[in-house]
Design a binder for this molecule. Structure first.
Ligand code: AMP
Length: 221
């Protein structure tokens, strides 16, 4: 099962991706998480990607494509994978199509999470992460028991550098310019499944689960 998850930053993709990946027993591959880990580990990839991440701009396609090609060749991808945050540009989508064609592993479906800009700004500005275990919170919608402290491990909660309002606005502009065209591209291929996440994440999770199950059992979208 080869899946792509599309949706603007802050649409809830990360949470939904974890759910789908564990439901189908496939790895959740988040290019953003791989880039952030590479920056934290100060690897050559991290040093090349960091200037783009801090501005909310996209890392160049050649770096991103090489990274994903390597990741998809890992043994845990044999039964499938869920891509979160990739592809994000038309050249990336075309490159992925050629790669999967060579591997004989066509896409099963492309999930598109739909949320308005206002909701995203509200959600992302309140988002916090534990520096120790990575658990996410939201100061408005899902606060920790004690302000600034992780419920699970008592780690310190911090805001991601690119979750500041002006950077979020830039990430939304980047998404509209570079990534939104992929929605029509995958719709034309008959692969698109839309799910609305304007309400609760639980409601969206149920939509995604049932629409995906229907697509898988009918052999396509
Ligand atoms: P995300 O966690 O998916 O919002 O990604 C965080 C940041 O990582 C983005 O703002 C980009 O700088 C970079 N990034 C993630 N995925 C890609 C991609 N497919 N192409 C280029 N840059 C990416």
């Amino acid at each position: 099962m080869q899946l792509i998850l599309l949706g603007p930053p802050g649409s809830g993709k990360g949470t939904l991706a974890e759910d789908i990946a564990s439901l189908y027993g496939i790895p959740h591959i988040s290019t953003g998480a791989i880039f952030r880990a590479s920056v934290a580990d100060d690897t050559p990839l991290g040093r090349a990607a960091e200037p783009y991440l801090v501005k909310g701009a996209l890392v160049p396609d050649d770096l991103t494509n090489a990274m994903i090609k390597d990741r998809l060749s890992q043994p845990d991808c044999r039964e499938g994978f869920l891509l979160d945050g990739f592809p994000r540009t038309m050249p990336q989508a075309e490159k992925l199509g050629r790669l999967l064609g060579r591997l004989g592993r066509p896409l099963t479906a492309v999930l598109n999470i739909v949320v308005s800009d206002e909701t995203i700004l509200q959600r992302l500005a309140g988002r916090r992460h534990c520096v120790s275990c990575g658990r996410s919170y939201n100061v408005v919608f899902m606060p920790p028991r004690l302000p600034g402290i992780c419920d699970d491990c008592q780690g310190r909660l911090v805001q991601r550098a690119d979750d500041k309002e002006e950077i979020i606005r830039q990430r939304l502009v980047t998404y509209k310019q570079q990534t939104e065209p992929l929605i029509a591209y995958y719709k034309a291929q008959g692969l698109l499944i839309n799910a609305d996440n304007e309400g609760s994440i639980e409601d969206c999770r149920q939509q995604v689960r049932s629409k995906l199950a229907a697509a898988v059992s009918s052999g396509g979208v």
